[in-house]
Write a protein that binds this ligand. Sequence first.
Ligand code: FES
Length: 100
Amino acid sequence: MVKITFKHTGKETTVEANEGETLLQVAERNNLPIIGGCGGACICGSCCVDIDPDHINLIHEADINEQDVLECLPMCKTTSRLACQIVITKSMDGMVVTIN
Ligand code: FES
């Protein structure tokens, strides 16, 4: 199991994630306040999260489709990613993610 901590609305919630599922699926399964407006199709940008700067290197780079969506988001930072595009791996154990 991989533990992921989500920061949201002034709280922190640590949950268990399975390798191979997406960060969006992990958040939704745990009833965290994240919106997957397009169902994970990398279109809407509503699932944008900020990865803790210490952990951003644990994640594969955004592909061109994800980069295109991120560039359209006004709140996008260098540590912003789309939760629907991040596939959980063992190396992400302990990662901290802020839900926008
Ligand atoms: S759910 Fe729409 S881009 Fe992630």
